[in-house]
Every structure is written in C-alpha cells, then in structure tokens.
Design a protein around this ligand. Structure first.
Ligand code: DAH
Length: 346
C-alpha cells in the first residue's frame, strides 16, 4: 500500500477506535495500538524510505498531523476520564455536613471542689501554704493534742468512726493543725491551710452528712493577736462573698482555742435586713475560729510565752450551700448530672 494511504488508513482506523474508548482500560488499549513504540502511528515514519524524494516533505507533514491528531484525542480523553473518576469519587465520598455531630459532654468540677479551689487561691495570695492532711488519724492528733481529753464532753458531739482504740477517721481537719506544729521540728512560724474530708457518725439529712469537708487554717508566729485573725477572716469573707460583706465575732467555745469565736457574715441575700436565708437576723454563721490555746501550743512543742497563733475551720459544703443557694448537703455527693450542670465550670 502507498505509504500516504497507509497513513490515512491508520487515521481512519484510529477515528473508528476512538468510539470504543469508554474507560481507562480501553484507553490503555488504544494507546498500545496506536501510540506506543510499536503502535501503528509510531510506525508510520519508518515508511519514509518508500516515499519518493519529492513527496517526503508532504508525507512527513501528514504523518505528524496523523500522529498529533491521535495523540491529542488520547490526551483529551485521558483528562476527561480522570475528571470523571474524580467526580465519581467525590460523589461517593461526599460528607453530609448536615448530619448532627456527636455531642461531647464536658465534665466539670463539682461546685464543692470549686469552692476549695477558690479558698486555696485566696489564702495562697496571702502567703499561706496549702497542706494535705490525712483522713485516717490517731486519737492523739484528732483529740489529745487539741486539748480534747478522753472524757471531754465535746467528744460526744463528734461521734467518731473508730478502727480501733487509737486509729480513727478524723472528725475535724483541726487534726492537721496538730500535725503542722508537731511536724515542724525547728518550731518556725506557720501559715497554712488544710482542705480535706472529715467524718462523723451523723445520720445523713439535709444539713448533715457523715462525710463532709472542712478547710482548716493555722497561723503561728510571734505577736499574733485576735486582731490579726479578724483582719484575715474579714479579707477572706469579702473575697469569698463580696466586698460589701462584714463579719462579726461571737464568743464561743472550742477546746483548742482560747478565746474561741464563731464568725458570722452579714447576709448576702438581704444585705443584712433579715430574710429566710439568715433566719431574719441579718447574719449567717460561717465558721469557727480562735486563738490557739496555749496548752495546744505547748503540747505541740511551741513555747506559748514566745509564740501565739490563731486558727479557724470552715465547712466547705456550708460555704457552697450559701454561695449557690443549695438546700440539701447530700446533693454534693449524689453526682446527679442535672445538679452538677447547673454550675458553670471554670
Ligand atoms: N474543728 C471545729 C469543728 O469541726 C471547727 C474549728 C473551730 C476549727 C475553731 C478551728 C477553730 O481551727 O479554731 O467544728
């Protein structure tokens, strides 16, 4: 066959074959058949030898046209197929962004622990150390060193969970006071608070829980007076319950302090006018405190002639109940999500 005719027939054949190219496989076949090294279009130039000299130029030109026509079909088809594949893939893997996501429930601190954090921050800013006491105590630290001898009537008020005659669950974080003083071997000044749990054999009701939390505070140094205690508690109460709050000290009795006081805060619900929260008195009892009893100082190894100190104990649940208007102490321990959700976490 005349080389020119061969070239034209390859082009015709290719045009015909193009119709059958539907996918990557048939495209690859097409490539092999026409454009690969041994393909029909690639072989055309070899026919140049058979072409007369005067026709060589036009033959070469035509062969190039044939080849580029086939090659451009191939390139275009290849792109088309790739595009189609991509579109199909995108369609198949489409993410339905209207589908509601899975809710991540974020846990937050029990309001009770939020109060402890806040109290710690207040006292840390005043230069106090935060110490952690122990839940299992001895009679010696929980009572004896705090001037509560075996037959002391106040022991009845603090009906105790005993493990044996000596070991018990502490009934008050005040045990941490005794530890702070005894454990301080050099008898240097002390300024600490101790948040922790305490336990008493109480029947649980709205205002009592057999397990509760207290924050104990203790300052021992030279020249500490009741005025220092009052100023410290005033600052604490203002930071905790608002700048407008005032405190009043009422005389009271605790074996480990002398004198002892009960501290009231002016009612933050009615601003002192009298309301159900303060039972009409305008004042809410908030904590117990006093000057460390010289007997306690001396039992714990401090010279009461040289040193004096003050101490206080705050009920954490009581503060939380007042702050958040919670009416039942048991709520803090029930892990009821509806209750916990009501408190904004920090
Ligand atoms: N421990 C006392 C209680 O549980 C509270 C208390 C009162 C602590 C006076 C003190 C204090 O440190 O000085 O009722």
């Amino acid at each position: 066959m005349d080389p020119i005719q061969t070239a034209e027939s390859v082009l015709l054949e290719a045009k015909d074959a193009e119709k059958g190219v539907k996918d990557q496989n048939s495209l690859a076949e097409f490539f092999n058949r026409f454009l690969s090294k041994k393909g029909k279009a690639s072989g055309l130039m070899a026919l140049m030898r058979e072409v007369k000299a005067e026709n060589k130029a036009s033959f070469g030109k035509r062969v190039n046209e044939v080849k580029s026509s086939i090659a451009s079909f191939y390139e275009q088809k290849k792109q088309e197929l790739e595009q189609k594949e991509l579109e199909e893939k995108l369609k198949k893997e489409r993410i339905d962004i209207t589908l509601p996501g899975r809710e991540q429930i974020q846990g937050r601190k029990n309001p009770f622990y939020q109060i402890i954090d806040e109290v710690e921050d207040i006292f840390l800013s005043m230069g106090y150390q935060v110490v952690s006491g122990r839940d299992v105590e001895t009679d010696h630290y929980n009572f004896e060193l705090l001037n509560v001898p075996k037959d002391h009537p106040s022991r009845d008020m603090q009906d105790t969970f005993y493990f044996d005659a000596e070991k018990l669950l502490r009934t008050q974080t005040s045990a941490a006071q005794a530890h702070a003083m005894v454990d301080n071997i050099d008898k240097t000044p002390i300024k600490m608070i101790c948040p922790g749990k305490a336990y008493r054999r109480d029947d649980d009701d709205m205002t009592h829980s057999h397990q509760f939390a207290q924050i104990e505070g203790l300052v021992v140094d030279k020249g500490i007076s009741l005025a220092n205690l009052k100023a410290t508690l005033e600052l604490f109460v203002k930071k905790m319950f608002g700048e407008k709050r005032e405190i009043r000290l009422r005389s009271s009795y605790f074996p480990f302090t002398e004198p002892s006081v009960e501290v009231d805060v002016s009612c933050f619900a009615c601003q002192g006018k009298g309301c159900p929260m303060c039972k009409g008195t305008g004042w809410i009892e908030i904590l117990g405190a006093g000057m460390v009893n010289p007997k306690v100082l001396s039992m714990c190894g401090y010279d009461p002639e040289a040193y004096s100190g003050f101490a206080f104990g705050v009920g954490v649940e009581r503060v939380a109940m007042l702050r958040y208007g919670v009416d039942d102490i048991r709520r803090f321990y029930q892990n009821d999500e509806r209750f916990l959700k009501a408190f904004p976490g920090k």
